[in-house]
Ligand binder design. Structure first.
Ligand code: NAP
Length: 322
């Protein structure tokens, strides 16, 4: 597994990291803790050393599984987590007082809860789970982050940007407040390349590329016939004719690249890793089979310029989270 430097944190992180939303097993139905643990352990055995979880994923369940996995292996694996907004509203609403989302005391108490869930003394990367650039310089939340750093409870600080709005993080990067940003970046949503990635490179800010498979759409496994359980978040994400809409596009991508649909997940990961601003890509993968397949993409081989140009016209930004 190849490693890259996570911006100014200096951490050497595996090109493929672990997205731990699904293993929270609340908004994603169908995860079994035993298989999640096996998948995580297998990924680490294959050289993965970066895990992205959040206090909100299964209300601490994902953090507990991650904690169980990394106990005794803390020197081998970096853990990133996130602080949910106080008002539990995703994405961050613009023009609300920042205190409704984050305050100093609140970021400290959430971090302490995450430390208990993880069973560790320190969090390598703590992130705000929602962001709008209006938070720069507003309220007292940053004093809480500074306090956590001084106490050694967190090592580095980053933000997770809202869906399909990478430009609403430019001020944060420019201001020097953040060590990392997490952003949706995949074959469909290529927009972080426009302004965010060049700025991150200039400011030496690490980039976590999230949702590389468009929540499953870019794996080619979501077909018009796929049914998700009613409580599964993807039942809404892929509602109406969206599965059909995505599948038609995915078939076109495979045809343009002259690959089979089975090769699409690997291509989707390699697409993200071809951009030099990306430090690590964090696919969700709840099975050993998917963990093994995805770790193979972290061998340092990006897509060729010819393949990248064939993927350019497949840029397609829409918001299925609504
Ligand atoms: N606001 C935020 O901060 C935010 C929002 C969303 C996501 N994230 C982070 O980003 C991570 C990644 O996003 P995501 O998990 O939502 O979606 P994703 O990575 O785009 O897609 C995950 C889906 O792809 C499937 N998959 C994985 N590897 C595969 C393979 N090799 N072949 C076929 N299918 C495969 C997974 O199946 P299985 O699950 O069955 O393995 C799952 O259904 C999250 O886990 C989380 O850490 C953060």
């Amino acid at each position: 597994m190849n490693r890259r430097t996570l911006g100014r944190t200096g951490l050497q992180v595996s090109e493929v990291g672990y997205g731990a939303w699904g293993i929270g097993a609340k908004q994603w139905i169908g995860a079994s803790d035993e298989e999640s643990l096996r998948a995580l352990r297998r990924a680490i055995d294959l050289g993965l050393n970066f895990i992205d979880t959040a206090l909100a994923y299964g209300d601490g369940h994902s953090e507990k599984i991650v904690g169980q996995t990394v106990r005794g292996r803390r020197d081998q694996v970096y853990v990133a987590t996130k602080i949910p907004p106080k008002n539990r509203r995703w994405p961050a609403e613009r023009q609300i007082p920042v205190e409704q989302a984050y305050t100093a005391d609140y970021v400290v108490s959430c971090t302490e809860e995450s430390l208990r869930n993880l069973g560790t003394e320190t969090i390598d990367l703590q992130q705000l789970h929602v962001w709008t650039d209006e938070f720069v310089g507003a309220g007292d939340w940053m004093a809480g982050i500074d306090r956590l750093k001084q106490q050694g409870k967190i090592r580095h600080f980053g933000i997770s940007l809202g869906e399909h709005t990478p430009e609403n993080g430019l001020r944060a990067v420019e201001s020097g407040l953040v060590d990392t940003v997490q952003v949706i970046y995949n074959i469909f949503d290529q927009s972080p390349e426009d302004q965010l990635f060049p700025l991150c490179r200039k400011k030496n800010v690490g980039v976590l590329a999230r949702v590389p498979f468009d929540e499953g759409g870019l794996t080619g496994k979501v077909t018009p016939q796929t049914e998700f359980p009613k409580e599964d978040f993807r039942n809404n994400y892929f509602k109406g004719n969206r599965k059909q809409e995505v599948y038609v596009r995915v078939e076109k991508i495979a045809a343009d690249l002259q690959i089979s649909l089975d090769q699409l997940p690997e291509t989707a990961l390699r697409f993200t890793l071809t951009h030099p601003a990306v430090s690590t890509v964090i696919p969700g993968m709840r099975s050993v089979k998917n963990a093994e397949a995805n770790c193979r993409a972290g061998d340092g081989k990006g897509l060729s310029p010819a393949e990248i140009s064939k993927l350019r016209p497949h840029r397609w930004i829409r918001n299925y989270y609504r």
